[in-house]
Design a protein around this ligand. Sequence first.
Ligand code: UT7
Length: 335
Amino acid sequence: MNKITAAITAVNGYVPPSILSNKDLEMMVDTSDEWITSRTGVKERRILKEPGLATSDMAVEAVNGLLKKRGIGPDEIDLIIFATVTGDMIFPSTACILADKIGAKNALAYDLGAACSGFLFSLETGARFIESGKYKKVLVIGADKMSAIIDYTDRNTCIIFGDGGGCVLLEPNYEGLGIIDSVLKIDGSGRHYLHQKAGGSLKPPTHQTVDAKEHYVYQDGKTVFKFAVNGMADVSAQIMEQNHLTAEDVDWLVPHQANLRIIDATADRMGISKEKVMINIDHFGNTTNGTLPLCLWEWEKKLKKGDNLVLAAFGGGFTWGAIYLKWAYDGSKVA
Ligand code: UT7
């Protein structure tokens, strides 16, 4: 029997309907549409506004749509890996909450935390379970309700982030399609530049931590930018080199959507032209764990069986990486 590879066999996404535009933000903080567009590429982002709805609720929408597309029931899922930094609660895991909400009665389920690189790290983890033969259907989800941890008086962060997410199904493939290679990295000394100060065991939430706004995202944007621009480009170049891929061989770059300037630098370093880069930062902003599956969802119809994709991300931790995969089906044939 041929070697088992882990292939993406279905993809879906979900974003909430409410739009927060740059014009709206001009009324909230000292900024301008021109500044945000030229410095980040974001024009608008989606916000999950309805009270009582959380990250798992967006994932439920995405996953139910995926199951319908693939024509399978929730009880057929073996494993759920949920990448998020905005879990519904500190515990239990959002994966367990989701499993209950969709009725995945036979699945093992857990969360994976790697900030903006979480979807990549989860894809790698899910792929190993498929390759080992242990599981046949692995659901990998990346979703975040960033609006729950963003300070809408802080112009350094509120202009970038948005809510949304997506999911993919991994299944065994015997034709050499699917996940081929990965380069994943971390540098924990980067934790000082992008984090949430309070709410964890280091600083449990108190009136003081809330008054000091320490339950919101803290980002030293300039430093993160510097590391991200180099980190994402380095691993993307490395994965091409170690798989002997030229720029012509790469059909699509699927980059984390943190800043258009970081995406452009990565594409330039790879020698990839703009038409082959998935970019939706203009209408969704940075959805943290949601960016990569949202790109795959939006571009699905254009993807062809055998296409070479490079997925790349950079995030808090620091965490970063790239995955090379061969797309396993013709997206145009999906109803
Ligand atoms: O996804 C997780 C990883 N995160 C990232 O990769 C994000 C990386 N960082 C970034 O994308 C960028 O650093 C930001 C978009 C956050 C900021 O852009 P920047 O080009 O690094 O701006 P800056 O912080 O260097 O600020 C430049 C100027 C400053 O004014 P002065 O000191 O030059 O007069 C800021 O005060 O722009 C000012 N500024 C703003 N002006 C209008 C900063 N934020 C804003 C704003 N609107 N929202």
